[in-house]
Unconditional design. Structure first.
Length: 278
């Protein structure tokens, strides 16, 4: 990389890391700042100076590696942002307006230096409105946009963020085939796609509307249970979901003589055997 032997040599990187760690060491935690406005102001200045140090480090790395997605650039960026997040997590450096988990300075640098995964993680934790703005802009650019793809993958990967995935696919009206491709590794979640949106009609209409989705859920869960080989617990959960959906849907449409599908009871037996073998 250009200039890497002097601009970001091991000695320079070690010195910069030490400086960041010293900042973290002397930064007081939020509880100790209560009733001490002068100390709080000093702590805030310390976080700001750490942010400037982190930006200078990332600029040097970007100048050396040219490509913001180069492996070494990504490694340095990850470590630098982790240190800044730690500083902000101590309480925002005295900024009591910040909520727990919010790291606006780290998010700003993640955006500036195009850390897609960092943007998604930081914005989801501390600034959902900003994440919505970025996703809307990404959706407007088309299906090939990397940010939107990474955001949706991140939502599925982290259980606490999964509601954001289903909210996003409805808000941005993603094509069904793209949603199917994203959710394919998570068959235990695919049933959510089949749920009807509203239940504001009479009982008969509701029952009729739910029958089809429940049969689809049973089929998805059955296929997922039969295909699952890595986790007996996951296979058992999918088998249970298949049985529940099958029964709730009236016990038809899955596993019938002409359907070509496995019966949920048979899937449950397979799951039991899987647990015994495990």
């Amino acid at each position: 990389a250009i200039g890497s032997r002097w601009l970001l040599s091991p000695i320079v990187q070690s010195a910069l890391t030490t400086l960041r760690l010293v900042n973290l060491e002397v930064l007081p935690a939020a509880p100790s700042l209560r009733g001490l406005p002068v100390l709080g102001a000093q702590a805030l200045q310390l976080v700001e100076s750490l942010r400037d140090l982190c930006r200078a480090t990332l600029r040097a790395s970007a100048a050396s590696h040219s490509d913001l997605q180069a492996p070494e650039m990504a490694r340095i960026r990850r470590v630098v942002l982790e240190h800044l997040v730690q500083a902000e997590d101590l309480g925002g450096g005295g900024d009591v307006s910040l909520t727990r988990g919010s790291a606006p300075r780290a998010l700003q640098l993640a955006e500036e230096f195009e850390d897609v995964e960092g943007i998604v993680a930081l914005a989801a934790a501390g600034d959902p409105d900003r994440l919505e703005e970025l996703m809307a802009a990404a959706a407007a650019r088309g299906d090939a946009d990397v940010f939107l793809q990474k955001a949706l993958e991140r939502f599925l990967c982290v259980p606490a963020l999964r509601p954001l995935f289903f909210r996003a696919i409805r808000r941005f009206a993603l094509p069904p085939e793209r949603v199917e491709a994203l959710i394919l590794p998570y068959p235990e979640l695919a049933w959510v796609l089949e749920m009807p949106a509203r239940d504001d009609d009479g009982d008969d209409a509701i029952a009729s509307r739910w029958r089809g989705p429940l049969e689809a859920v049973a089929r998805r869960a059955t296929s997922g249970a039969l295909a699952e080989r890595g986790s007996a617990t996951r296979q058992g959960a999918l088998a249970a979901l298949a049985a529940i959906a099958h029964r709730a849907g009236g016990g038809s449409g899955v596993g019938g003589a002409d359907s070509g599908d496995a019966d949920p009871a048979e899937v449950a037996e397979v799951a039991c055997l899987g647990r015994l073998q495990g």
